[in-house]
Design a protein around this ligand. Structure first.
Ligand SMILES: *Cc1c(COP(=O)(O)O)cnc(C)c1O
Length: 366
C-alpha cells in the first residue's frame, strides 16, 4: 500500500533521548525547555523575527484572527483544506470567496478588488501546495484599502521567496506541523508575525487569557504545544533539509515522466522561490482525455496506491456554507477541484514506486 503521504520520523532512539529529560524535570507543557529550544531553532530555520508555537495549525490560524480583533468580511479562496474557511467562520467572520489562478491555484489578484466592501477587514490567501501567492500585489491592494493580510502557510514550511523566509510576509503567517506536513511535531503549528503586541496577545489567547498570577485579560482558550510535540520537532528539524532534498528527487522523476502529456497538466515551477516539494498535484482534463480524474484515482487504488482529491470539495460547497455561496462564483476553483489529483509524495518514496505510479497513469492515458 502506498499512501499519499507518510510521516517523517526520527530514529526511535533519537526521540527517546530527547524526551528522557522530561522524566527528570516533570515539566510537560506550558513553555517548557524543549518548547523554548524549538522556538529558537525554528526562528533561525525559517528566517523570521518572531514565532509562537501552537498545538496545531488550525488553532494557530484562529488565534491570529482573534488576536487581530478582526470584524466583518475576510476575502479568501475556497480551494484549500477546510481549516482555512472554518477558522474564519469560527472567529465570527464572514468568508468571501475569491477565485484562483489556473496555473498555481493561489488567489487571483485581479479578482480581489471587486469583492472589497466597507465590511472587508482582511485578506486570507493560501500558499496552496507550497505555491507562493502574488505577495507584492496582495500587499498593494491591502495597503490601498487598509486591510490586514494573513497567510495560510500550512503547506509552505521552509520556503524562501526572493531570499526571504515565507513567514515574513503579511501581518502574520500560519504554519502547520501536522503529521502529514513536510515538517511535523505530530500535531502542531506556529504563527510568524511582526507586531510584538500581537505576539503578546496571542501568547495569552492560547493560554486561557492568562497574563500573570493575578490577571486574566483575554477570552482565551487552550492551544499550547506540549514537550513531546516539541521534542519531535527538535528531532525532525535536524533531518528536514535531507527530507526536502529526497522529496525533490521524487518530484523531478514525476516531472520527467508526466510532463508534456496531452491533457495532463502539472503545476509550474515558480520564479524566485526555493520550494519545499510538499505536494504533487496533477490536473486531468476530461475533455481532452476522455476519462476523468476519478478514473485515474480508481485505477491507482486498484493497485494499492492512494492518490487524493486535494482539494475537493471546495470549501464553498461544503453543506454549512453552500447555502450562502455559489460555486459558480469561483469557476476556476470549481474546474480545478474536478481535475486535480495529488499523487503520493514523501521523502522515502522510491523512484521505482514513482515509476510504477506513472506507468499506471500513462497506460490509462494511451
Ligand atoms: C493542514 C492544514 C491546516 C490545518 O493545520 P493543522 O495543523 O492540521 O491543524 C490549515 N490549512 C491548510 C491549507 C492545511 O493544509
Amino acid at each position: 500500500m502506498i499512501n499519499v503521504t507518510r510521516s517523517s520520523m526520527p530514529e526511535f532512539e533519537e526521540y527517546t533521548e530527547e524526551i528522557k529529560k522530561l522524566w527528570d524535570t516533570k515539566w510537560l507543557t506550558n513553555r517548557g525547555a524543549i518548547h523554548r529550544e524549538l522556538e529558537e531553532k525554528l526562528k533561525n530555520y525559517l528566517g523570521v523575527e518572531n514565532i509562537s508555537l501552537f498545538t496545531n495549525g488550525h488553532l494557530a490560524l484562529e488565534t491570529i484572527l482573534d488576536g487581530l480583533d478582526l470584524k466583518g468580511e475576510v476575502i479568501t479562496t475556497p480551494f484549500t483544506f477546510a481549516s482555512t474557511t472554518q477558522a474564519i467562520v469560527r472567529c465570527g467572520l464572514t468568508p468571501v470567496f475569491c477565485d484562483i489562478n489556473e496555473d498555481d491555484f493561489t488567489i487571483d489578484i485581479n479578482k480581489i478588488e471587486s469583492l472589497i466592501t466597507d465590511k472587508t477587514c482582511a485578506i486570507l490567501p493560501v500558499h496552496v501546495y507550497g505555491n507562493i501567492c502574488n505577495i507584492e500585489e496582495i500587499q498593494k491592494i491591502a495597503d490601498k484599502y487598509g486591510l490586514k493580510v494573513v497567510y495560510d502557510a500550512a503547506h509552505a514550511f521552509g520556503i524562501k521567496y526572493r531570499g526571504k523566509g515565507i513567514g515574513n510576509f503579511g501581518e502574520a503567517s500560519m504554519f502547520s506541523f501536522h503529521a502529514t506536513k513536510v515538517f511535523n511535531t505530530i500535531e502542531g503549528g506556529a504563527v510568524c508575525y511582526h507586531d510584538k503586541n500581537l505576539g503578546i496577545k496571542m501568547e495569552r489567547l492560547k493560554n486561557f487569557g492568562i497574563v500573570d498570577e493575578d490577571h486574566i485579560d483575554e477570552i482565551g482558550g487552550n492551544a499550547k504545544m506540549n514537550e513531546f510535540q516539541a521534542a519531535m520537532g527538535v528531532c525532525n528539524l535536524r533531518h528536514v533539509d535531507n527530507e526536502i532534498e529526497k522529496r525533490k528527487h521524487v518530484v523531478q522523476r514525476y516531472r520527467e515522466r508526466l510532463e508534456n502529456q496531452k491533457g495532463i497538466k502539472l503545476s509550474p515551477v515558480q520564479a524566485d522561490v526555493i520550494p519545499n516539494y510538499s505536494y504533487f498535484p496533477v490536473l486531468f482534463d476530461e475533455e481532452v482525455l476522455g476519462y476523468t480524474r476519478d478514473n485515474i484515482r480508481d485505477a491507482l487504488k486498484e493497485q494499492g496506491i492512494n492518490a487524493r482529491k486535494y482539494f475537493y470539495p471546495l470549501t464553498n460547497e461544503i453543506p454549512n456554507y453552500s447555502e450562502h455561496f455559489k460555486i459558480q462564483d469561483t469557476p476556476i476553483a470549481y474546474k480545478i477541484s474536478r481535475q486535480v489529483l495529488t499523487l503520493p509524495l514523501y521523502a522515502d518514496l522510491s523512484l521505482k514506486d514513482v515509476d510504477r505510479i506513472c506507468d499506471i497513469i500513462l497506460s490509462y492515458h494511451n
